[in-house]
Structures are given as C-alpha cells and as structure tokens.
Design a protein around this ligand. Structure first.
Ligand SMILES: NC(=O)c1ccc[n+]([C@@H]2O[C@H](COP(=O)([O-])OP(=O)(O)OC[C@H]3O[C@@H](n4cnc5c(N)ncnc54)[C@H](O)[C@@H]3O)[C@@H](O)[C@H]2O)c1
Ligand SMILES: O=C(O)[C@H](O)COP(=O)(O)O
Length: 524
C-alpha cells in the first residue's frame, strides 16, 4: 500500500488521478503531525509552505517521490533528495497565467494607488487629489527572467502600449525578436526601465540580483515588483531606497520569510503587498494539483514522468522502446556487481547496433543502479546513479561502437577493479527476450534471470558430470545449463540455473572439485 502524504493545501479535485492508483492511501496532514508515520511515506506532495529539508528527508527512508504542486522548488533540498535517489517533480506551467495576471494586477494597482485609495474610501474619505497615478502606456518595463511568466507579462505589456526590455542570459535573440522585446544587459535594463519586475527562480545567482549596487543605477522614481521569490530583490537594500525616496513604489507578493512579520518595507505607504497569491486562483490550483497527481500516479505505475527536476524527461513512446534495454542494462550491472568481488574504479559501457538510436545515458544509469544494488547501503536509481559513482571514485565511460557481434544490438560493460577486469555483454532479441552472450572472455548464451551459478573451470572430461553428481546428491535440481569455452582443453565456463538459491554446503562441495577455477552465485 503506497502512503501518499499531502502536506500542504492542494486542490482536492486535482488530486483525483491519485484515487485511480490501486493500493494507495492519501493522508492529508502536516509533516510534523504526530499521527503521521514519516518513515512509511512513499510520496510527499507540497506547495511552498512545507520546507523539505535534509533533516526531514532523513526521517523518510521510504520516500520515493516529492511532488511540488507549483513551480518553485526552492523549499525543497533537491541535492539531498537526489543523493537519496528521490525523484523531485513540479508542475511547471499550471500557474503561469495566474501569476502573470497577478503581477499585472499588482503593477496597475501600484501605479494607480488602488490599494491605498480603496482603504481611504472604506474609511469614509474621498481624497481624489491624493491618489494621482501614472499611466502604464508608453512606459518602459524591465523584465528580469524571461521564462514562462516573464514572457506572458511581456505579451500583456505590449498590449498596454509599453516598451519592454528584458534581461535573461538564457534567452536567444530569435525568441526575443519573436516576443517583440529588446534583449538587454542587466545594467542597460536598470538604467532604462521605469518599472522593473523579476521572474527568475531563486538561485545563488539570482539571490540579491537587485541589490544596493543595482538600485543606485535605476531611474529616480522607479517602480519595482517581486512576484517571484523573496530575496531576488534584496529587501534591506530596497527598504533603504524606498526610505530615501529614490524608489517610487514597490509591489511584493513574496518575502524572504513568509509571513514577513515586522518588516522594514511594510511601513511605507507606497509599498503594496499580497500574501504570496500569484498562483492562488481556482484554475491554477486545479491545474497544478492535476499535473502532479497524474505524474505521481505514472511514477507508481512505472510509467515515465515528464516534469522531473532531477531526472531527464523521457516520452512514453521512447520509454516503451527503451524498457527492454533498461532491464538488461540493470541485469548486466547486477551480474558484474556479484562477479567482481573487489573494489571497482572504472565501469565502461559500449553500446552497439540498434540500441545506439536510444537515450543511452538512461541505460547507463540503469546499469549503475544494478551494479550498486546490494553493494552499497543506498537505494541507487536513475536519479542518483551518476552522483553515487562519482562519490565512490568510479569513472563511468560511455562509448558507441558499430560492431554488434552479429546481434541486432549489444550492451557491453567492463568493470576494472584493483587486480582484475570483468566484462559482460548482453543483447535483447525481439520475441525472445534478454540474453547474456559474453561473460569474462567467453561466448555463452543464457537468460539473466533467477538463481544462477557461474563456474569457471578447466575443460576436462567429466567436469560437468562431477558438478551434476554433487548437486544431485544434495537433491538440487538444475533447471538449465549453458557452457562455453575458448579452446578445447583450456579454460571453460558453465552457467547453471536453479529453481531456488544454492545453499552454502553445495557451494563448498563444488569448490573442492579439482577442475574448478572459480564459482560465483548470481541472484537476479
Ligand atoms: N508568486 C507566485 O505565486 C509564483 C507563482 C509561480 C512562480 N513563481 C516564481 O516565479 C519563478 C519563475 O517562474 P517561471 O514559470 O517563469 O519559470 P521559468 O523557468 O519558465 O523562467 C525562469 C527564467 O529565469 C531565467 N533566469 C535564470 N537565471 C537567471 C539569471 N541569473 N538572470 C536572469 N534570468 C535568469 C531563466 O533563463 C528562465 O527563462 C519561479 O521560479 C517561482 O519561484 C511565483
Ligand atoms: O512557485 C510557485 O509555484 C508559486 O510560488 C506558488 O506557490 P504556492 O503553491 O505556495 O502558492
């Protein structure tokens, strides 16, 4: 039974896709509620209120997915989640329009003193001269961060007859031209704009991007808006520039600390505020809840998710094509892990044949997850595979080759340890399934499944009989057996499959045989 914790206020109708999940319990409680067994939670759904810290993650060993019903993931420790192999998803475009509209509403309200005038009339006043405003028409709007929300604001600003300058280092000239905006440096924007609005994520680069140094370059009387994240405009520096009269007005939907409590900006009449309402519309909340609920359901149904922060997106079509290779990559990794008993410092993967048309990096991660399974005490999956290899000093190399050894496709993985190297090659045959076709220098052909025994031995008459005899004496039934050798009388291998794992006694008896070079149990 999957336990899904919905820790923030998320639209109930939007969560309906989760109800279709077989064996899922939806718990709507805060993470610190004493009734919540954090250690049993499989999925955590949040908005911006819940802070998903490393400390919280340490209390949630069963957690597999964190879903943010919204855009910003700055309340989630994504690196810590990634390290633990927890996938983080968001709902990137469900609240774009609502936030753009809110920003625009804030801008119009700010320039026309609407909140102040509203309060005044409610206080039975009628001060028409006290609230003389400024038109948006003809003004220059500076947008910092020209992503989904920034772009929607630019479109609306053009309709209002505004000129638009944008600063976004990742914006191409073509896209700027298409949107009819002028791409500028941050300095150019600061100098030229009558109104500045920020729409970047909060990152180490954007934190305080509008600070004292930036503010002193702006026009006297400039208006500033932050409907993205508290801290993108430095709040202390902004308070100084409002206090000294340089800034004409400020509109804030977000704060470094929410709620802001006693805040130096709140005392100014020309500072208008809302309590993080950008995404708070019925439409946006339904959109984001539905988006994440569908994704969480896909995740538990082993289908691809599209909006992961820490895993590249993969379409359903590609996912279906990649699935068989994904399985065999994982099995190869797991075989290597069980055959190479020493520390490994290099894993090199060569893809050949038709598999090279697919997203092989995904398969490399699957191979690594198989390799680390039972080798280390961390759940390794596609999310943390490369990071785990790096942390453990394992170099991972990926190559493409044209030689598929007569097969339609091949995945060959070599592990280099302190003393030895070991190579495994697999293929996937349509209508037949996965096969291991090469093991440590020997051609062979076996199904990588179940309880296997890999024996390296001298190619002498009677070895197979001796092995069969020992196992037969102990009542152990051999399900299948494959043999391979390089030359007559040299070294050879056999791979046996059993219906249940071999016991230590049987293994010890086999090891005593003179012709045996090495024995490895492989459980897949
Ligand atoms: N107030 C709210 O309720 C609300 C609602 C939705 C989103 N948000 C915030 O708005 C932010 C933007 O949302 P979005 O959907 O437009 O995201 P987005 O990813 O589509 O756009 C962000 C843009 O910022 C740009 N950027 C990144 N670093 C930059 C830098 N150093 N300088 C300039 N530009 C930079 C990116 O290139 C991108 O184009 C979110 O990260 C979230 O924090 C707030
Ligand atoms: O990043 C977002 O999506 C917004 O800040 C919305 O946050 P909320 O879900 O807490 O309203």
């Amino acid at each position: 039974m999957y336990q899904i914790l919905v820790a923030d206020s998320i639209n109930a109708e939007g969560l309906e896709p989760l109800l279709g999940l077989k064996e899922a319990e939806i718990i709507q409680k805060k993470t610190n509620d004493p009734e919540v067994n954090l250690d049993q939670i499989d999925a955590l759904l949040v908005r911006s209120a819940t802070k998903v810290t490393e400390k919280l993650l340490n209390q949630m060993p069963s957690l597999k997915i964190i879903a943010r019903a919204g855009v910003g993931v700055d309340n989630i420790d994504v690196p810590a989640a990634t390290k633990k192999g927890i996938i983080v998803i968001n709902a990137p475009d469900g609240n774009t329009i609502s936030t753009a509209e809110h920003t625009f509403a804030m801008m119009a309200s700010l320039l026309r003193n609407i909140p102040q005038a509203h309060s005044s009339v409610k206080n039975k006043e009628w001060k028409r001269n006290a609230f003389i405003g400024t038109e948006l028409y003809g003004k220059r709007l500076g947008i910092v961060g020209m992503g989904r929300i920034g772009s929607e604001i630019a479109k609306r600003a053009k309709v209002f007859g505004m000129n638009v300058n944008v600063f976004d280092p990742f914006l191409t000239k073509e896209r700027a031209a298409k949107l009819g905006v002028e791409s500028s440096t941050l300095d150019e924007l600061l100098v030229a704009a009558d109104i500045i609005t920020v729409h970047t994520p909060l990152t180490p680069e954007t934190k305080g991007i509008i600070n004292e140094e930036a503010l002193k370059k702006t026009k006297k009387g400039v208006y500033l808006l932050n409907c993205a994240r508290g801290g993108i405009i430095d709040e202390q520096d902004l308070a100084t520039y409002v206090g000294n009269g340089h800034v004409g007005g400020v509109a804030l939907d977000v704060f470094e600390t929410e709620p802001p409590g006693e805040h130096p900006l709140l005392k100014y009449e020309n500072v208008i505020v809302t309590p993080h309402l950008g995404a708070s519309t019925k439409e946006a909340q339904l959109n984001v809840a539905t988006q994440v609920a569908k994704e969480v359901r896909y995740f538990f149904e082993d289908l691809p998710v599209s909006n992961s922060i820490n895993l590249p997106a993969i379409s359903k079509d590609i996912f279906e094509k990649i699935q068989p290779f994904h399985q065999i990559s994982k099995q190869i990794g797991y075989i290597l892990s069980q055959c190479v008993k020493e520390g490994v410092h290099e894993l090199s993967i060569t893809y050949s044949g038709s598999v090279t048309n697919l997203e092989t990096s995904y398969l490399t991660k699957a191979m690594l997850s198989g390799f680390f399974k039972n080798r280390i005490d961390v759940n390794v999956n596609e999310v943390n595979a490369l990071l785990t290899a790096k942390e453990r000093g394992i170099t991972v190399g990926e190559k493409i080759s044209t030689d598929a050894f007569g097969y339609d496709n091949c995945i060959t993985v070599s592990a280099k340890g302190e003393e030895n190297a070991f190579t495994v090659r697999g293929t996937f045959i349509d209508h037949y399934g996965p096969r291991i076709v090469y093991l440590n220098g020997f051609n062979i052909d076996f199904l990588p499944e179940g309880n296997l025994l890999y024996i390296q031995h001298m190619d002498r008459p009677g070895v197979i009989g001796h092995v069969g005899q020992i196992l037969g004496d102990q009542g152990i039934n051999i399900a299948t057996m494959q043999v391979g050798r390089k030359q007559a009388g040299g070294e050879a291998i056999m791979v046996l499959a059993f219906d249940k794992p071999l016991n230590d006694h049987a293994l010890a008896s086999l090891e005593k045989l003179d012709e045996i070079v090495s024995i490895n149990s492989i459980n897949l």
